[in-house]
Design a protein around this ligand. Structure first.
Ligand code: NAP
Length: 470
């Protein structure tokens, strides 16, 4: 697939293969852009600003709805491509498509709701006699830099609110899984003037870095690892930056929990997308009274997980993004075993596959739970008290989402109040998200929020106009 710059396909350079992690076959290739392409794409996005900003909110909304319809019409094709490039089960790709369609719809609606407010300057010293109001204005050019795990929906979470707020967009998709996003950009390009949406492929450390450092890009909207996020924060200068970074989300199961519901929460939260989820359940903190019952039921349910060909409808666990990624997970699990942990089920790698794995006797200081392990792993940590559970849940550099299972409202509210995370769910695991809710972590999990309304807020600037009426 080719890059899209100013409505034209650009391909005249070296290319990088895109590999299907399940079959190992090359499914396509994309250009490896150089710095002169970065200059061109930034110019195209800047040149297109006027054409977008002249468009009425009514028209932009309708066009976003039209893109949404096109995505719906092509849902099967997009789902298949997503499974081919990421290795995720086809059922999960369909869910990502449904969510992408929903995210677009939310942005099309939000495009009509971007307004300021009147401001009573007379509430301040010497402010009497003014009529003042604010306007929400576009920032200009938004660069969207996105990761491999949910490439389509996470990119739409940036593109759609950016365009709704009249910003032009440059997308730098992940090198491992760029195709679905590039194909989607073509749909957007059919509806909007040339240059409103552009794609540039190539290595993050070169192309991504040049976008981040440019004075002609007004906003970086990034989703990815903490390491890259920190680099971006340091390189971005005065431009606005939103960082949606990694997570190490806890799931607390207290003695009074509905154990079956909690087990289901782990099955849905730890193995989803082969564990490659920022808000995946990565640490399971269980009170000792129900520990054995919970453990036995979790092992039993884990044994039913169907791993295999991601294109089959009944597959629940596909591959990781690459063999290299699966080897990293294998190493993390083996190190934990060397340190005294015990594998109850799973633990084996086959190429880019890694089995759904329950690890017992995990202590909070093991790398397996100190670092973000991006694989289908359920590490179990036993605690005596609710205080201990909260202390361990918070003892991390991350703070994305969290889940607590309890039938006691006092315990629920206490955990919800004391856990340091952007979202805390009671009787639901951390992988739950609706695309309209404010989403974004505390601590090293990032800064700023997404969720269409909140993303629009971060993609506009506020101007105050005050009329002195005296
Ligand atoms: P990553 O390595 O940080 O890559 C993310 C994107 O950044 C890719 O497009 C990458 O390009 C680009 N990039 C790399 N170096 C860069 C640089 N120096 N300057 C600018 N861009 C650069 O992350 P990943 O491995 O793809 O994704 C996994 C991580 O994302 C996990 O930590 C996960 O928790 C996090 N994540 C967070 C959320 C959230 O919403 N909070 C959602 C999903 C994932 P290349 O592909 O070319 O290297």
């Amino acid at each position: 697939m080719d890059m899209l710059i100013n409505g034209e396909h650009v391909s005249d350079m070296d290319r990088e293969d895109v590999i299907n992690p399940y079959t190992g076959e090359v499914i396509d290739s994309v250009p490896i852009a150089h710095l002169n392409n970065v200059d061109k794409v930034i110019k195209a996005a800047n040149d297109a600003k006027e054409s977008l900003q002249e468009m009425s909110a009514f028209k932009i909304s309708n066009k976003l709805f039209a893109v949404c319809e096109k995505l719906k019409e092509n849902k099967d094709e997009f789902s298949q491509l997503l499974t081919e490039e990421v290795g995720k089960p086809i059922s999960e790709s369909y869910v990502e498509l449904d969510r992408s369609i929903e995210t677009l719809k939310l942005a099309a609606e939000e495009a009509k709701r971007i307004y300021g407010e009147s401001v009573p300057l007379d509430a301040g010293l010497n402010g009497k006699g003014f009529f003042a109001f604010t306007q929400k204005l576009p920032l200009g050019v938004v660069a969207a830099i996105t990761p491999f795990n949910y490439p389509l929906n996470l990119t739409i979470h940036k593109i759609a609110p950016a365009i709704a707020a009249k910003n032009t967009v440059i997308i730098k998709p992940p090198t491992d899984a760029p195709l679905t996003v590039m194909k989607f950009a073509e749909l957007v390009n059919e509806e909007f003037p040339a240059g409103v949406i552009n794609t540039i492929t190539g290595y993050g450390s070169e192309v991504g870095d040049a976008l981040v450092a440019s004075d002609d890009v007004d906003k970086i909207s990034f989703t990815g690892s903490v390491t890259t996020g920190l680099m971006i924060a340091q390189r971005a200068g005065m431009k606005k930056v939103t960082l949606e970074l990694g997570g190490n989300d806890p799931l607390i199961v207290l003695d009074d929990a509905d154990v079956d519901a909690a087990v289901k929460g782990v099955i849905n939260g730890a193995y989803l997308n082969a564990g490659q989820v920022c808000m995946g359940v990565k640490r399971i903190i269980i009170q000792e009274g129900i520990y054995n019952e919970f453990k036995a039921k979790l092992v039993e349910e884990t044994s039913k997980i169907k791993m295999g060909d991601p294109t089959r409808k009944d597959t629940q666990l596909g591959t990781l993004i690459s063999q290299k990624a699966a080897k990293q997970v294998e190493e993390a699990v083996n190190n934990a075993v060397d340190d005294g942990a015990e594998i109850l089920i799973g633990g084996k790698r086959d190429g880019a596959f890694f089995e759904a794995t329950v690890v017992d006797n995990v202590t909070p200081d093991m790398d397996l739970v100190v670092r973000e392990t991006f694989g289908p792993i359920a590490p179990l940590i036993k605690v005596k008290t609710i205080d201990e559970a909260i202390q361990i849940a918070n003892d991390t550099e991350y703070g994305l989402q969290a889940g607590i299972f309890t039938e006691n409202y006092r315990n629920a509210l206490r955990c919800a109040n004391e856990i340091e995370a952007g979202t805390v769910f009671v009787n639901k695991q951390s992988t739950f998200r609706t695309d309209n809710m404010p989403f974004g972590g505390f601590k090293n999990s990032g800064s700023g929020k997404e969720g269409i309304k909140y993303a629009v807020e971060e993609m506009t600037k506020t101007k105050l106009i005050g009329l002195n009426l005296r």
